[in-house]
Ligand binder design. Sequence first.
Ligand SMILES: Cc1ncc(COP(=O)(O)O)c(C=O)c1O
Length: 371
Amino acid sequence: MTTPMRIKLACPEVGDEEVEAIRRVLGSGVLTNGPATRDFEAAFGQRHQVEHAIAFANGTVALAAMYLGLNIGPGDEVIVPSMTFISSATSVLHVGATPVFADVLPDTFNLDPRDVMQRITPRTRAILAVHYGGQPADMAELSDLAQDASILVLEDAAQAHGASYRGRPVGGLGKAAMFSFTPTKNITTGEGGIVTTNDGDLASRLRLLRNHGQTSLYQHAVLGYNWRMTEMQAAMGVVQLGRLEDIIRRKRENATAFGERLRQIRGVTPPAVRPDRDHVYMLYTTLLDGNRDTVRDAMLDAGVEVRLYFPPVHLQPVFAERHTHLSVTEDLSRRMLSLPFYARLTDRQFEDIATTLETVLASVGAHESVA
Ligand SMILES: Cc1ncc(COP(=O)(O)O)c(C=O)c1O
């Protein structure tokens, strides 16, 4: 009997080196707020060519810390995409500010600068540029808008470790940037986040916020939180960072070959990549001509784990009562489908994914009607 095919959506690349690094931390007795956190921050900052990197327990609190550190709060607005993970927007609510949703471009799923421009008000303090799936957003256009309006550009680089825009790594393209390390990301610490910035004062405020506002033992200068990363996570992060270039290289090679294969299939469009930026393919999101839900269900039945990244945030119950309408985001959300794309997938598995998709599309006639 043959085993049914099962191709997972994501698969963290973790080995003996991570186990050994965590074992060393456990043996040292320093489990939080120690040398591994400082090593991880230094290495991460260096890789992204930024002066400061501050590690956090997860990406969501790192975003909230970024806003608090910039004094963004009640009465302020932050422009965010809706084609993102929920916490790009809920973190704005967590600090008492208001997220204002803007539409995205129909091919890269990144913020549409023209739509952003129309949503800037006297209350706007920042634009959160999410680098969707690992492809940097249109930073030059967004930065020009921000400069004209005297507001900030912040990066949600949760999915974009190691990506670059016009030769410069993400993480230093705005006032501050956030990265996440959950297990679907290209590198992971299980849970974890980091904020990067070239602003030394902001970096100091972030360190205070992360550690109860503590300036010296049991002296608390400002309202703070326990948002620290553990030493086990940080030690794992150092090892994972060492794997990043190889993971990105393999993903880029695979994206080229897989894209060519998918272009032979009627009814599916592979990801669009702008020539002036390097995509790191945390996600591999395709667009279908139609019948997306039927295709998704058939792919899952066939053992290929596909997913919708993301059901629009502005339509989630937590935001729905605002009745925002975003035509491009809503259209994309009916047609997009992310395929498995972790770095260790073999040529054979890519061919299995493509063949399954081809068979499913042919059987449901997905190119004939847009669902
Ligand atoms: C775009 C984006 N923003 C924010 C986050 C939140 O990060 P975390 O899950 O580490 O809290 C994620 C995580 O998936 C994300 O993909």
